[in-house]
Design a protein. Structure first.
Length: 183
C-alpha cells in the first residue's frame, strides 16, 4: 500500500512540474505586439465589451456613472474616453491576437467560447487577463458557464470574427456614431 502512495506522489509531482510550463505560457507571457485589447464585463444577465478608440487608450470608468445607457460607467468627460466604444457584442479580427480583460459587476460569471474551447471565470473585484487568437471568421456564441442567478439561461453575447481590419474599423465607426447620437 505504501508503494502505491509513493508512486502516486511521484506521478503528481511530475504532473505539477510539467503543468507549470503550460500555466506560465498561458497566464504569464506578454501578448505579442499588435494585440487587440478588449475589456469584457459580466453583469446579471449580460456581457458588455469596452474598446479603446483610435487613440488606443481606455478612458476612465466610474461605478457612479453606470446606467442603462452606460453599463460600464465610461466617463465621457475624460479626453481618453471620447472615442471609446462600449457594446453588447464583441468584434475581433481573424488571425489577430486578442487580450481580454475580464471583470464582473456582481457575481462570478464564466466567459465561455465553446467553439474555440476557451473558458475563464470573471470574478467581482478582480481584473483577469486572458488571450486567444481567432482562426476563422464567423459569429460565435459567448456563454456564461457559471450558474449566476435565475436568468442565467439568457446570459449570452456573440463574438464576431471580422475578416480584416477594415471590417472591424467600419464596425467601430458605426458604434461610435450610434453612441454619439445617443448622447
Amino acid at each position: 500500500m505504501v508503494a502505491v502512495a509513493d508512486a502516486t506522489a511521484v506521478i503528481m509531482t511530475v504532473l505539477v512540474f510539467m503543468g507549470q510550463r503550460v500555466w506560465r505560457d498561458i497566464f504569464f507571457t506578454e501578448p505579442p505586439p499588435g494585440t487587440m485589447e478588449v475589456q469584457a464585463t459580466g453583469q446579471q444577465f449580460n456581457w458588455f465589451f469596452h474598446y479603446a478608440g483610435a487613440d488606443g487608450v481606455f478612458g476612465r470608468t466610474d461605478a457612479k456613472l453606470m446606467s442603462q445607457e452606460n453599463p460600464i460607467g465610461v466617463d465621457r468627460k475624460d479626453p481618453a474616453a471620447k472615442d471609446d466604444v462600449q457594446s453588447g457584442e464583441m468584434h475581433v479580427i481573424v488571425g489577430n491576437p486578442v487580450k481580454v480583460r475580464l471583470r464582473s459587476k456582481d457575481v462570478i460569471h464564466s466567459f465561455f467560447l465553446p467553439n474555440m474551447r476557451y473558458k475563464q471565470d470573471a470574478v467581482p473585484g478582480m481584473s483577469i487577463q486572458v488571450g486567444f487568437t481567432p482562426t476563422k471568421t464567423g459569429k460565435f456564441e459567448i456563454a456564461c458557464a457559471e450558474l449566476c442567478g435565475n436568468g442565467h439561461y439568457r446570459m449570452r453575447a456573440f463574438l464576431y470574427v471580422d475578416k480584416d481590419a477594415q471590417d472591424f474599423n467600419n464596425w467601430m465607426k458605426q458604434q461610435l456614431a450610434e453612441q454619439s447620437s445617443g448622447n
